[in-house]
Design a protein around this ligand. Structure first.
Ligand code: ZN
Length: 294
């Protein structure tokens, strides 16, 4: 089962993997500089990756510290943990994570922990393929916000955040209600929940073609699949190499645009004030253009 899930969750191209390894390497170096033995700065909440850190930060506000285990700009699938990460996971008041094999190293580090560990996927109805990208459905993410609010002892703040996410959901539903097309050509298969929620059809390039260097024949087959959908856009992602998407789009004679699965935001975007809600609004605008929505 885990092997199947790992296969489903396998993300990105070799280039993205190399950049992830570099990002993790940098994180290890900087963790070493800060000193893994320093207990004075232990976070109240350790979150597995950006969307969960966003929930915790919104719920806690100034009243607690949140550490995101996935370095800014890195991709969380199969993240490895540094000694400092493991120490923080052991010492944090609460750990928020996604179970089901999304981050096996983190699940291993949780064994033997005494504090609360919250699998925010527990109780969420998953797609049959085991797809973990639930946070891209704002309505399901609102449920997760309420849950994190309760688990962190601040149910009212969780409910406030859930209301904002439901407003976002309403904007998506309205914005995607009348469109010329419904086909969503993406890099990796991250948008299944979003597609289900708003009546779209996802075709993911990775998962159909092998991760590394598809042959000319495999690319030609992808181009035929993409042409058959009538799509005008191949969506790329900030953390995945656009090479395959660029090639397919060029050969199919259509354009590319960015659709962000919000697995991690770069330091620059965080510094510029981007967050889950603002990036989702950009996603909605990109979708409305690509799908010809009125
Ligand atoms: Zn993913």
């Amino acid at each position: 089962m885990i092997a199947v899930l790992k296969d489903v969750l396998r993300c990105g191209s070799r280039v993205a993997r190399i950049s992830l390894i570099c990002a993790v390497g940098l994180a290890l170096v900087s963790a070493g500089c800060r000193g893994a033995g320093d207990t004075s700065s232990r976070p109240d909440v350790v979150a597995a990756f950006y969307p969960l850190a966003f929930l915790a930060e919104q719920v806690l506000g100034e009243e607690g510290t949140v550490r995101n285990l996935t370095p800014a700009g890195a991709e969380p699938h199969d993240l490895e943990l540094s000694p400092r990460d493991v120490a923080d996971v052991r010492a944090a008041g609460t750990v928020l994570y996604l179970g089901g094999g999304f981050m096996p190293a983190l699940e291993r580090a949780l064994e033997g922990r005494r504090g609360a560990s919250v699998d925010v996927l527990a109780g969420v109805r998953l797609r049959r393929d085991g797809d973990p990208h639930v946070w891209l459905d704002p309505r399901a993410f609102a449920d997760m916000a309420r849950r994190v609010g309760r688990d962190l002892g601040r149910p009212a703040r969780g409910a406030d955040l859930a209301r904002r996410l439901l407003a976002l959901d309403a904007d998506f539903a309205r914005g995607l209600a009348a469109c010329d097309r419904h086909e969503l050509v993406t890099s990796h298969a991250a948008f299944g929940y979003l597609a289900d929620r708003y009546g779209l059809e996802q075709l993911a390039l990775v998962g159909i073609a092998p991760e590394t260097e598809p042959s000319a024949r495999e690319v030609a087959a992808l181009v035929r699949r993409v042409r058959a959908t009538g799509a005008t856009t191949v969506f790329t992602e900030p953390l995945v190499s656009p090479r395959l998407a660029d090639t397919v789009a060029r050969e199919a004679g259509i354009r590319t645009a960015t659709l962000d699965p919000i697995e991690g935001l770069s330091q620059e975007r965080l510094a510029a004030g981007a967050d889950y809600v603002s990036v989702m609004r950009q996603n909605l605008a990109s979708l409305r253009t690509a799908l010809g929505c009125r």
